[in-house]
Design a protein. Structure first.
Lengths: 221, 267
C-alpha cells in the first residue's frame, strides 16, 4: 500500500477563504436561529391554541419539516419561487429562509415541550389567584419552562448550525462550500474536510461552553 | 316572603349545579347557599364529586349546567338555544374577578417553586391587585407571620416541609383577602404528623369569621371546624345540616354508614 502524505500546508494557504466560509456559516446560522425563535414562538402558540384549526395547521407545519429532508427545503426555496411566482432569491436569502422555516418547526417543539412539562397545578395555582392566563404564562409558567428549555434549545441550535452546510448546494459561500472550492483547487479533499471538521468542532465547542455557563446561571436561582 | 337584609343574603349560591366529564356525570344538580361567616365541610366517599363541586365554585372546573351566583350576581353569560336548553359561556375576565373574591388552597399546595416564600405570597398582590412591591411585601410578611412562618420569608418552597408549604399556600390565598376561601383536601398529601399544624392554622381563621368551604377526609376536624356539613353521595347532596346533626345524629342510612366507615380506626 502506498504511503499517503498528509499536506495541510497547501490547504492552509487558503485560510482567507476558510475564514470567509466561517463568517458565512455564522451569518446564516445566526439569522436562522433568530428568525427561527420568532417563528417557533408562533408555531408553538398555534399548536397550543384553543382553536382546533390553528392546532391542526401548527401540527401540519411541524410534521412537514420533521418528516422531509432538509436539502429538499433548500432546493424548493431557491428554485421554486422563480418558477411559481417569478421571484428570484439570492443564495443567502434562500438559505436563510430554508433554514429559518425549518428551525421554526424544531424550536416550536422545544417551546411547546418546555411549557407543557410544567404541571397543570402551576396553572391552577396562578389562575386561582385571579391571574389572566397571559399573566400566568408570563410570570409562572415561562420562567420555570425556560430552565428546562435551555438544553434542548442548545441541541437544536447545534443541529441548525450543522444543517447550514446544506446552503453549499445553493453555492452560498459558507464553510462547506468554501471547503469544496479549496479541495478542488488543491486536490487535497482529505486534509480540507478534516480541517473543516476541526473548525466546526471548535465553533460548536465554544458555543456549548457558553451555553453550559448560561445554563448553570439559570439553574442557580 | 321574608325580607332579606344584605348580611343575610348568601355570599355564594349555586342552583342545580351539574358537571360532566365526557359521558360521566359527576355532579347531578347541587343547590347550596353560603352565608357570610359560614364554615361548610363537604364530606363524602371518593368519587362522590366533592372535589369537583368545590372546584366548580371558583371555576377551576367549568360547570356544565346550573348557576353559580356570587354576591347576588350570576357568573357567566347564559344563552338559550333553539331547543330551549341553556348554555353558559364563561369569559376569562368574569372568572378572574370571581377568583379574586373566592380563594383556593389546593391539596398539592401548588406553590411557585421559582419564587421564595414571600414572593409566592406577593405574586397575587402585585400581578392581580396591582399593589406596589413594598405594600405587597409588608402585607405578605404579615400573612406569613400569621401562619407562623415569619422566619421563612426568603426560603424557597423546596426547602420547606409539606405542612409549611401548605401554610404558605394558605397565606398566599389569605393575602388576597378573599370573601370566600375554598380548601380542597388541604391535608391529604401530608404526612400524618404534619396535618395538625395545617388544621390549627385553618381553625384560627375560623375565629376571624372568615367564610370557608372545606373538602376533607378528616371527619374529626370537620366536626370541630364546620358550622354546616354536606354529605355528597353520587353527585348529589345526600344529607346536610349542622355539624352536630350530621355527625352525631345522621338521618340517612348512607350517611351513617359513611361516618362509621370513616371513623372505624380513629383512636
Amino acid at each position: 500500500m502506498q504511503q499517503y502524505e498528509w499536506d495541510f500546508g497547501s490547504v492552509l494557504t487558503y485560510w482567507p477563504m476558510l475564514l470567509q466560509g466561517l463568517w458565512g456559516t455564522v451569518a446564516i446560522s445566526t439569522l436562522a436561529i433568530l428568525l427561527g425563535i420568532v417563528g417557533g414562538g408562533l408555531v408553538a402558540a398555534m399548536r397550543m391554541s384553543r382553536y382546533r384549526s390553528l392546532r391542526i395547521l401548527g401540527t401540519a407545519y411541524v410534521e412537514f419539516y420533521r418528516n422531509t429532508p432538509g436539502i429538499v427545503h433548500f432546493f424548493w426555496v431557491y428554485y421554486a419561487p422563480p418558477v411559481v411566482a417569478n421571484v428570484n432569491l439570492g443564495p443567502l436569502e434562500a438559505a436563510v429562509i430554508a433554514l429559518a422555516t425549518q428551525s421554526s418547526a424544531f424550536y416550536a417543539e422545544v417551546l411547546r415541550g418546555g411549557i407543557q412539562s410544567i404541571g397543570n397545578g402551576q396553572w391552577e395555582g396562578a389562575t386561582a389567584l385571579g391571574m389572566s392566563s397571559k399573566d400566568a404564562l408570563r410570570r409562572i409558567i415561562v420562567p420555570q419552562a425556560a430552565r428546562r428549555m435551555v438544553a434542548p434549545f442548545v441541541e437544536r441550535s447545534f443541529e441548525i448550525i450543522k444543517t447550514s452546510s446544506l446552503a453549499s448546494t445553493l453555492a452560498y459561500g459558507e464553510l462547506l462550500y468554501q471547503g469544496m472550492q479549496i479541495a478542488s483547487i488543491t486536490y487535497r479533499p482529505l486534509e480540507t474536510y478534516t480541517l473543516l471538521a476541526l473548525i466546526y468542532f471548535l465553533l460548536l465547542y465554544l458555543l456549548s461552553s457558553l451555553a453550559k455557563f448560561a445554563e448553570d446561571r439559570l439553574q442557580e436561582v | 316572603m321574608n325580607d332579606t337584609t344584605p348580611t343575610d343574603a348568601p355570599i355564594l349560591r349555586c342552583e342545580g349545579l351539574r358537571k360532566s366529564f365526557g359521558n360521566l356525570e359527576v355532579l347531578k344538580g347541587i343547590d347550596l347557599d353560603v352565608k357570610r361567616g359560614d364554615r361548610i365541610a363537604i364530606i363524602g366517599g371518593s368519587g362522590s364529586g366533592k372535589s369537583t363541586f368545590l372546584r366548580c365554585l371558583n371555576f377551576m372546573e367549568q360547570p356544565t349546567g346550573g348557576k353559580v351566583i356570587l354576591d347576588g350576581e350570576r357568573i357567566g353569560t347564559p344563552r338559550t338555544g333553539r331547543d330551549g336548553s341553556e348554555t353558559v359561556t364563561y369569559r376569562e375576565r368574569d372568572l378572574m374577578s370571581v377568583r379574586k373574591r373566592v380563594g383556593m388552597v389546593f391539596q398539592q399546595f401548588n406553590l411557585f417553586p421559582h419564587m421564595s416564600t414571600i414572593e409566592n405570597v406577593m405574586e397575587g398582590l402585585v400581578t392581580v391587585l396591582r399593589q406596589s412591591k413594598s405594600a405587597a411585601r409588608t402585607r405578605a410578611a404579615e400573612q406569613l407571620d400569621r401562619v407562623g412562618l415569619g422566619d421563612k420569608l426568603d426560603v424557597y418552597p423546596s426547602r420547606l416541609s409539606g405542612g409549611q408549604q401548605q401554610r404558605v399556600a394558605i397565606a398566599r390565598a389569605l393575602a388576597m383577602d378573599p370573601e370566600v376561601l375554598l380548601f380542597d383536601e388541604p391535608t391529604s398529601s401530608l404526612d400524618p404528623e404534619l396535618v395538625g399544624e395545617v388544621l390549627r392554622t385553618i381553625l384560627a381563621l375560623a375565629e376571624d369569621g372568615r367564610t370557608m368551604l372545606l373538602v376533607t377526609h378528616e371527619l374529626g376536624f370537620a366536626y370541630r371546624f364546620a358550622t354546616h356539613v354536606i354529605y355528597l353521595y353520587d353527585g348529589v347532596v345526600h344529607e346536610t345540616g349542622t355539624a352536630e346533626q350530621v355527625f352525631r345524629n345522621p338521618q340517612k342510612e348512607k350517611t351513617r354508614a359513611f361516618i362509621a366507615r370513616s371513623s372505624e380506626f380513629s383512636l
